[in-house]
Design a protein around this ligand. Structure first.
Ligand code: HEC
Length: 121
């Protein structure tokens, strides 16, 4: 009986580690298409499609379009865990799953200045 419980615990640990590895590496594959449907709540601050503010420095909101996917993922996980501090971003990041983060990162990373739906401002 004890052995079985031990196995269960081990399995849980392995699963948790696998989840962590997936977060740290590219095992959770980001889907840019899915990500496009998840950035609605980001656009208000990080840019409006087809709109580029002339004075981004007024808002002090980082541009995400074209940013490296791994960088975006790291930033969002950082806000989520509290390693990176910014109230609003923390609140938002905690609502995102690892898959959401991967999708969003893939979406923003796929944007270029000439992309139709470039969220870059
Ligand atoms: C209420 C405004 C607001 C909303 C909504 C918002 N952000 Fe942010 N975000 C900010 C601000 C301001 C910063 C800069 C914070 C800082 O200095 O750490 C930031 C920082 C970031 C960064 C780090 C960028 C970098 O260059 O370091 C990422 C990534 C990010 N946001 C992604 C998102 C995503 C994805 C969403 C939607 C799910 C979102 N944000 C929604 C305001 C917002």
């Amino acid at each position: 009986m004890k052995k079985i419980v031990g196995k269960r615990v081990m399995l849980g640990v392995v699963t948790a580690l696998a989840g962590f590895a997936a977060t740290a590496h590219a095992d959770v594959v980001g889907d840019a298409k899915a990500g496009q449907g998840k950035v609605a709540m980001c656009i208000g601050c990080h840019g409006i499609p087809d709109y580029r503010t002339a004075y981004p420095e007024v808002y002090h909101v980082p541009i995400l379009g074209g940013q490296n996917a791994q960088y975006i993922q790291n930033a969002l996980h950082g806000y989520k865990k509290g390693d990176r501090h910014f109230e609003t971003m923390h609140a938002i990041a905690t609502t995102l799953t690892d898959q959401d983060i991967a999708d969003i990162a893939a979406y923003y990373a796929s944007q270029t200045a000439t992309s139709k739906n470039n969220p870059e401002k």
